[in-house]
Design a protein around this ligand. Sequence first.
Ligand SMILES: Cc1cc2nc3c(=O)[nH]c(=O)nc-3n(C[C@H](O)[C@H](O)[C@H](O)COP(=O)(O)OP(=O)(O)OC[C@H]3O[C@@H](n4cnc5c(N)ncnc54)[C@H](O)[C@@H]3O)c2cc1C
Length: 435
Amino acid sequence: MTDVIVIGGGAVGLCVAEALVRRGASALVLESGAAGAQASAGNAGWITPGISNPVPAPGTVPQALRWMLDPASPLLVRPTLRPSFLRWSYDFWRSTSPRRYSAGMAALVALGARALGAYDALRDEGVEFEMHADGLLFVAHTEEELAAELAALRDQQALGYGGRVEPLDAAATLALEPALAAGVAGGILVADERHVRPETVTSGLAAHLRARGAAVREHAHVDRVERDGEGWAVRLAGETLRCERVVIATGAATGRLLAPLGITLPLEGAKGYSFTDPAPPVRPLRPLYLLEAKVGVSPYDGGLRFAGTLELGSRDVHVDDRRLRALDDAGMRYLEGWRSNPGRAGWAGMRPLLPDGLPAIGPVPGHDGLHVATGHAMLGITLAPATAEILAPAVLSGRAGLDLTPFSVARFDNRALHGRRTTTTRRAQWLESTS
Ligand SMILES: Cc1cc2nc3c(=O)[nH]c(=O)nc-3n(C[C@H](O)[C@H](O)[C@H](O)COP(=O)(O)OP(=O)(O)OC[C@H]3O[C@@H](n4cnc5c(N)ncnc54)[C@H](O)[C@@H]3O)c2cc1C
């Protein structure tokens, strides 16, 4: 019998499987489609512990309301009366209080502190992927945006973020990045951040796991997970697999496998878009975050990727051309010599977003041997290996590599979870202690 079945072959599931195998466990990954083909595919690939601010931040809701009717805005809410979305929106709004926001940031900074080391560990293990260590340059056209970003970075430094933060005036920004057009008010170089080509991380992990005898089964959609004596039964069409422990890492779809167990994990897909130009007219030297547009630009060995926008209320990955045009328009405004090309193929993916903006990582109370790892929102690539490093010991020995209280599944209103009162009380204490 396999020790652990990991359901979901995105960046998070594959990293968890690798961390388990590295610790001597046998692991099997089951993936509905092709490994790494969902949210983990077309994203910007930044490893950015310096952007550890939860999505629900003070001011996010009024901003979203102002942008609501503009299909080109960086944050778009598609109106829906779906009850789960209304409830989620209410919880999201509550999470925008300064106290909850800063507690969430502290938790993400603590997890993010392990991000670079966890990527180095993957490299040391022989996992092959494209990674660059050129830092990340924030670029703004207005002093206000620049000041707001610098304040967020300083807040994170106060909470323990250890990366270098170098504010630059307009001349220094243009000197550092000749691809920028005039009009820049200034920049911030966050010098220790890195970026990967995310598709190479998932393909590298899948190849690495297979080479070590761990199967990554694609086109293996899991319908249900059930208790089976001391272990677990994982049901696929026409087949049942048995194992001692299960990790559910099915991204934005994770709630569907937990619901039959009576557990609510209020995940929404926060849709984002990208396009990748294999022969771009301009090539920045390092990743750029175009602050007013909220667009990320990532240079890779084989092209240039524009990624961004956050769309709530959508339930599929249909590519809306207006959102792609918004990415392209940002290129026109910020990059010298950028040219539109409607022929570029677009991509859309669903970031798994919980209403407080923090991931859910750890055991499911009352369901011995069942664990989750999802909800990484804007930071799934940054945090996938670090998540695996802290979760794998919890799966194998019950002792996580970090206090998982802020990430507990039981923080949501789950009457079905045993020990609910204990965990929610611990979370309340954690919120108090970080305020
Ligand atoms: C435009 C955009 C830009 C982004 N940029 C960055 C960035 O620069 N840095 C960063 O850190 N993060 C970034 N992100 C976020 C990041 O992409 C996600 O947080 C991350 O990919 C989530 O990984 P995952 O493994 O949880 O989910 P996924 O990659 O979606 O993987 C989940 C997998 O589970 C499978 N699955 C679902 N249901 C089942 C089932 N029942 N049975 C079997 N398999 C199932 C799915 O097919 C899928 O492959 C970005 C996201 C977007 C959209």
